[in-house]
Design a protein. Structure first.
Length: 260
């Protein structure tokens, strides 16, 4: 690792609100920063060590840290509500948005194919951001104190996200919103039918999905994975149903907001 790269990594960690001098032996920045450099080395770069192992660890660390955050900051919420919130706070969408906010991409070692694949950009950002979480956990001591800096870094971002999500419980979870509305109307559960239209990794239109209520097709959507295509189909169904709710009786359940 060059002196210039060490200084760049140190400045990056400081921008996250972390103190790099708290890890490793004094003057041994290269060893202390090795997990961070590994996390920022995407597998496409073809280097000896890459982000994949730390991404695997970061997934578990992220879920634990989010669970502790919610238990500490939102104790009044039921387990089901906390579980729904956590799913949003550890999602690939949330991770890729976080990566954008912290300007992660310029710090990455990427291969030419990954660097030029704009369709797969969000996936790369989510993967390496999760690896960075694992790297911070390792660099700061793992089970002997590694969770604290992860929580310190992520807590302000989680606070902002929770504020938005609690104000709009169905934000980014259109399937749940559609299901609640359809059951309140006595129309049963929505049914999703989808298929894979492309084999391209990172293709945002790889999967296509239609959502039905009974025999009626309500909406269709595309996504890079089956789950995203289903969410988009549910969102489009809710948008299509909006005008109809204006003519329903006052006793009918309102359609959840789809703002966001």
């Amino acid at each position: 690792m060059t002196p210039e790269r060490r200084q760049l990594l140190i400045a990056f960690l400081v921008s996250l609100g972390l103190d790099p001098s708290a890890v490793g032996a004094p003057g041994d920045d290269a060893t202390a920063l090795a997990p961070i450099e590994e996390a920022l080395s995407h597998s496409s770069a073809g280097l000896g060590r890459n982000h994949e192992q730390l991404e695997f660890l970061g997934d578990a660390v992220l879920r634990l840290a989010a669970s502790e955050f919610l238990a500490r900051r939102h104790r009044s919420l039921g387990v089901g509500q906390r579980s729904s919130l956590r799913a949003q706070l550890v999602s690939d969408r949330w991770l890729s948005e976080l990566a954008e906010r912290i300007a992660l991409e310029p710090m990455l070692h990427l291969g030419a194919a990954a660097a030029g694949d704009r369709a797969g950009r969000a996936t790369v950002l989510a993967e390496t951001c999760e690896a960075l979480i694992g790297a911070i956990y390792v660099a700061w001591g793992g089970p002997r104190g590694g969770l604290e800096p992860v929580e310190r870094w992520l807590t302000p971002h989680w606070q902002d996200s929770c504020r938005e999500l609690l104000a709009d419980p169905h934000r980014h979870n259109w399937k749940s919103a559609l299901q609640e509305w359809s059951q309140a109307q006595g129309r049963g559960l929505p049914r999703y039918e989808g298929d894979e239209r492309s084999r391209g990794h990172g293709d945002p239109r790889r999967f296509h999905c239609r959502v039905h209520l009974g025999e009626q097709a309500l909406g269709e959507g595309w996504g890079g994975c089956r789950r995203d295509a289903e969410q988009e189909a549910a969102r489009m169904a809710l948008e299509a149903l909006k005008p109809r709710t204006a003519t329903e009786t006052s006793g009918a359940s309102p359609l959840p907001s789809t703002q966001g």
